[in-house]
Design a protein around this ligand. Structure first.
Ligand code: NAP
Length: 227
């Protein structure tokens, strides 16, 4: 029987690349998009079940959890994220900018993981949160996009809280993943890495993590990153 991954935010960029990579490796892929009318690229990938979800919508998360009941997820991969404008800083951001950035990047991923936890294989399951090196409190400052970095640092913090609340008996593995700097709408044309290389690496890391337990902040090559 093939493994199953639920990918949150797979319309384009790294989410689409992850859907292709998992599908190429024979996984059953369930992939969410905000607007199924704009999911043409994802629809060309074989073995993918497409579901509609805005990660910010808690009722939508619960409805999807219901629709997936009875399915055991080997991997829950929470990729959806926004960067906001590059110029966003504590001086320039409006309350709406801050609310959007921290809702989508910080609160919604952890809330979704909590709601969908019962679907994840309790022995070998892997929950991956898409973080960023910019969210490293130690090395992120100075890299630019300070509010985006802060939203990912806060995601890392809430993820550690989520893991602490799982208790010591859990066999689940949790990853906070940095994909590298990748050429996507968010990463921009000057990024050194292509989507395929990053996604091949990330899928490899996720497969290796199954059954290991614990929580690690790593990049797509498996290099540990400082919190
Ligand atoms: N690219 C990089 O260099 C890089 C580096 C570090 C970390 N990351 C992280 O990697 C993840 C993917 O980035 P990317 O480069 O692929 O970005 P992207 O090309 O801008 O794609 C972002 C994805 O997130 C989805 N999304 C945004 N808001 C959402 C919401 N409220 N609900 C559901 N889906 C939502 C988008 O869906 P729509 O098509 O509907 O907008 C899209 O599929 C993000 O978490 C990002 O922070 C990227």
């Amino acid at each position: 029987m093939s493994n199953t991954v639920l990918l949150i935010g797979a319309s384009r960029g790294l989410g689409l690349g992850l859907a292709k990579q998992f599908a190429n490796e024979g996984w059953h892929v369930i992939a969410t998009v905000r607007d199924p009318q704009r999911a043409d690229a994802l629809k060309t990938v074989a073995n993918v079940r497409i579901e509609a979800l805005d990660i910010d919508d808690v009722a939508g998360v619960d409805a999807l959890t219901q629709r997936l009941s009875g399915i055991t997820l080997d991997v829950l991969y929470i990729n959806a994220g926004v960067s906001g404008s590059r110029a966003l800083s504590a001086d320039t951001a409006t309350p709406e900018d801050i609310s959007q950035l921290f809702m989508t990047n910080t609160i919604a991923p952890v809330r979704l993981a909590r709601h969908m936890l019962p679907l994840v294989n309790p022995r070998t399951g892997v929950i991956t949160f898409m973080s960023s090196i910019m969210g490293s409190v130690e090395t992120g400052p100075g890299m630019g996009m300070p509010l985006y970095g802060a939203s990912k640092a806060a995601l890392n913090h809430l993820t550690r809280t989520f893991v602490a609340e799982l208790g010591e008996d859990t066999r689940l593995t949790v990853l906070s993943m940095h994909p590298g700097w990748v050429r996507t709408d968010m990463g921009g044309a000057e990024a050194p890495l292509d989507v395929e290389t990053s996604c091949r690496g990330m899928v490899e890391q996720v497969k290796r993590a199954a059954g290991q337990g614990g929580h690690r902040f790593i990049d797509y090559q498996g290099e540990p990153l400082p919190w």
